[in-house]
Design a protein around this ligand. Structure first.
Ligand SMILES: CC(C)(COP(=O)(O)OP(=O)(O)OC[C@H]1O[C@@H](n2cnc3c(N)ncnc32)[C@H](O)[C@@H]1OP(=O)(O)O)[C@@H](O)C(=O)NCCC(=O)NCCS
Length: 278
């Protein structure tokens, strides 16, 4: 991508109008499901934050968050992150999130939360591996019957609620893109693993809810879009992952990383009791 990239705060009604076009282009939702200009106006007036990413002064993406309380703690909840399709994959999404972190730190807060669909592996990679969030909360069918948010007919709108502890040493290291130790994960036990069927499709195997290892993996599909014609298979993967994550979150585990490769895995770790305070 050629062009000068800059990130800056948006505060003006006129500029918010551009966010509508980006939502339309990125999500293709009907107007009823778009976040309107008046919402951006009032929430930025009341402590919310909209950051725009510009390429040569053209608005190419944005991130939006607002003040929230989670588990009795003040934080920012990040509700929208979008980069226009033609600008995706060039680092703008990352730049927006790191700028969001800087701005929220300046407000004196140390936590940013957001939700995302656990079947979206690219987003999981961004959230866990690149930014350093953790997750210990599964929200089954969170948005209910909103067809635009479903992965296919009859598939519930499950979400993971992720926590980004923006002051932590781990997130600071991620921000500096410090080289991480790579470890061979092949030996780790798996609570969920796929298998290839005769017709070439890839199915979730039986879930293992008996693991007591401190660290283990749960496989998920790499590219949910490629399964659009097989909603029943998406549903099977979603149900299996939901069962595993809900079960182990209830036993003090958290997702702390995501491995994106030919095969994709959530990495779960048993958290020390003190760290699990809600
Ligand atoms: C999600 C989104 C905002 C990311 O913006 P982007 O500018 O395309 O992303 P970046 O180029 O900054 O990449 C950021 C990270 O995303 C992940 N990522 C991006 N492209 C990827 C790919 N093809 N495969 C796997 N991971 C990928 C990586 O973790 C990457 O970090 P890295 O470069 O250090 O590996 C953008 O793709 C988008 O608008 N998607 C549609 C809307 C959406 O899903 N919003 C987020 C909901 S949580």
């Amino acid at each position: 991508m050629v062009g000068k990239v800059s990130i800056r705060r948006l505060t003006d009604r006129g500029e918010f109008a551009g966010l509508i076009d980006i939502q339309r282009a990125v999500w293709k939702h009907p107007d009823l499901d778009l976040t309107p200009v008046h919402q951006f106006c009032i929430s930025t007036f009341m402590g919310g934050l909209v950051l725009g990413a510009f390429v040569d002064e053209e608005l190419a993406g944005f991130v939006y968050s607002f003040p929230a309380i989670y588990n009795g703690k003040f934080c920012h909840h990040s509700h929208l992150l979008a980069v226009l399709p033609q600008f995706q994959g060039y680092g703008l999404g990352k730049k927006l999130k790191w700028a969001q972190r800087r701005e929220v730190l300046k407000m004196g807060l140390d936590l940013v939360t957001w939700t995302y669909d656990p079947m979206q592996s690219r987003n999981a990679n961004l959230n866990f591996h690149t930014l350093g969030v953790i997750c210990r909360r599964y929200l089954p069918d969170f948005y209910g019957e909103t067809p635009q948010l479903k992965l296919g007919p009859g598939i519930p709108t499950d979400r993971l609620l992720v926590e980004w502890p923006i002051k932590s040493a781990r997130v600071q290291k991620k921000a500096e893109e410090k080289e991480e130790k790579t470890i061979d994960l092949g030996f780790l036990p798996k609570a969920l693993e796929g298998y290839g069927a005769e017709d070439g499709s890839y199915h979730p195997g039986p879930v293992n809810l008996k693991l007591a290892a401190p660290v283990f993996l749960a496989e998920t599909i790499r590219d949910v879009k490629s399964l659009q014609a097989r909603p029943e298979l998406i549903g099977k993967w979603q149900a299996a992952l939901r069962e595993v994550l809900t079960h182990y979150f209830g036993r003090g585990y958290a997702v702390i990383d995501f491995i994106f490769g030919e095969r994709c895995y959530y990495l779960l770790k048993k958290m020390p009791a003190g760290k699990m305070k809600k």
